[in-house]
Design a binder for this molecule. Structure first.
Ligand code: LLP
Length: 427
């Protein structure tokens, strides 16, 4: 991890800020996000995809979003992929340039679509026929037009957890190719005076580690775009291959540079489109996890410790599935460190359990850690994506604060919820 080091006290630091001090200052559980690492990753994408291939990149904001994250993404010149009125509203609240926003979703409500049109988002990605009808109605009423992409289901089965696969034929997302639904959608869109067809989109899944799957995807999309040209004599300007680029959580995953994916994606686009006699499209990628996942850490305080002789030692922390639902939901695995015992070499096998009233609330099953005591500080790694954004108030736990660290500096970017927040909307 670029963000991690050890200081003179022997404590773990995140972007040169002592993790134990962060726990003291802000309380735990605490999300900590390293701005340096986020910016470094945005620039890696900019160099290797945007500059090198004149591509575009939109950050999939579902991974981690708040006002400050919008500002960072804006400053770095990426676009923003939003999937709800809430994400869109957040972007608007800090004047994120709306022409760089693209709006996804398989069941956008009428009011969300209206909001997107009123704000003037750059693209709406149409997912289904119902949405074409709704857009036509709204745009007719407002006497406006909008640039769109069509989401197709490429019929590719990504090798990842079932819950985060999206590209296989049996999926709720996008127009299927094999039965002609996608081509029919193109026809409907081309017939509409309100919809400008700019691009074709597909997204195969998340936490993918094989680039061959993207190569297959590009080939499928190129064939489809060729069909569109043959059928309607219409040229597509852009292809959006989605996100899903895998990151490092444990030894099961290897850490990958973005060009591991983007070089092959772009080179395949260049090759396939020229082979099919199509004009070279702008290539759009939608990374979420890859930008923010490894830049985020969660700090907990260790509380109860219980040993069942010869069976298991449970180390309980002051958070759990409410701030990180990924282990019970996807069987996700994480690594962790004891921030105040980094230099202690002797280790033992333990299980980290959350504080929710549920046996499934196990954050890490079987991990080697230094011998801990109550009050020690546990730091879980790679929690930047889909942790804060998926956090809940289960058991009426207030959501943790988010702190941004940047090379020795630290500041609060999302306040910790209070008990007052918990009952705020109760009538
Ligand atoms: N584009 C589209 C259309 C997507 O549906 C997604 C993710 C992304 C981009 C970004 O994928 P990423 O680069 O972050 O892998 N909650 C799950 C992940 C769900 C992803 C849903 N869509 C998890 O915690 O693993």
């Amino acid at each position: 991890y670029n963000s991690l080091a050890i200081n003179e006290k022997g404590n773990l630091t995140i972007s040169n800020v002592d993790a134990v001090k962060l726990a003291k200052n802000y309380g735990t559980p605490l999300y900590v996000v390293d701005e340096v690492e986020i910016i470094r990753r945005c620039r890696e994408i900019k160099q290797n995809h945007m500059d090198k291939y004149s591509g575009r990149a939109v950050y999939a904001s579902k991974a981690f979003l708040n006002k400050e994250m919008c500002r960072i993404i804006n400053r770095e010149g990426l676009g923003l992929d939003v999937v709800s009125g809430g994400e869109l509203y957040t972007a608007k609240s800090v004047d994120f340039p709306m022409d760089r926003v693209i709006f996804h979703g398989n069941n956008k409500s009428l009011s969300e679509l209206e909001m997107a049109i009123d704000f003037g988002v750059g693209r709406i990605v149409i997912d289904n026929f119902f949405e074409i009808e709704n857009l036509n109605k709204i745009l007719n009423h407002k006497n406006k037009t909008i640039d769109i992409q069509i989401r197709v289901n490429p019929g590719i089965d990504g090798h990842t957890h079932d819950y985060i696969k999206t590209g296989q034929v049996d999926s709720k997302f996008g127009f299927t190719l094999y039965d002609g639904a996608a081509l029919n959608a193109v026809k409907n869109v081309l017939e509409s005076p309100f919809l400008n067809l700019k691009g074709i989109h597909a997204h195969i899944g998340s936490q993918l580690h094989q680039k061959d799957i993207y190569i297959t995807e590009v080939k499928v999309l190129a064939e489809f775009i060729k069909n569109i040209k043959d059928e309607f004599n219409y040229e597509i300007d852009e292809i959006n291959v989605g996100g899903g680029f895998g990151i490092f959580y444990t030894e099961d995953d290897s850490r990958k540079l973005i060009n591991y994916f983007t070089d092959d994606i772009n080179l395949t686009v260049i090759k396939e489109f020229s082979r099919l006699n199509l004009k070279r499209p702008v290539v759009i990628i939608e990374p979420g996890r890859w930008i923010v996942g490894e830049a985020g850490f969660t700090i907990y305080t260790i509380g109860a410790i219980k040993e069942i002789p010869n069976i298991r030692k449970y180390i309980s922390i002051d958070g759990g599935m409410a701030d990180n639902p990924r282990p019970p939901l996807y069987g996700a695995k994480y690594l962790a460190l004891i921030a105040n015992k980094i230099t202690q070499l002797e280790e033992e096998l333990v299980t980290i359990s959350g504080k929710c009233c549920e046996s499934g609330d196990i954050l890490i099953k079987d991990i080697m850690l230094p011998k801990v005591e109550s009050g020690d500080i546990l730091v879980v790694l790679s929690t930047g994506a889909y942790n804060y954004s998926m956090a809940s108030n289960y058991n009426r736990l207030p959501r943790p604060a988010v702190v941004l660290v940047n090379n020795g500096e630290h500041r609060l970017i999302v306040r910790r919820e209070t008990y007052e927040d918990i009952i705020r909307n109760d009538v």
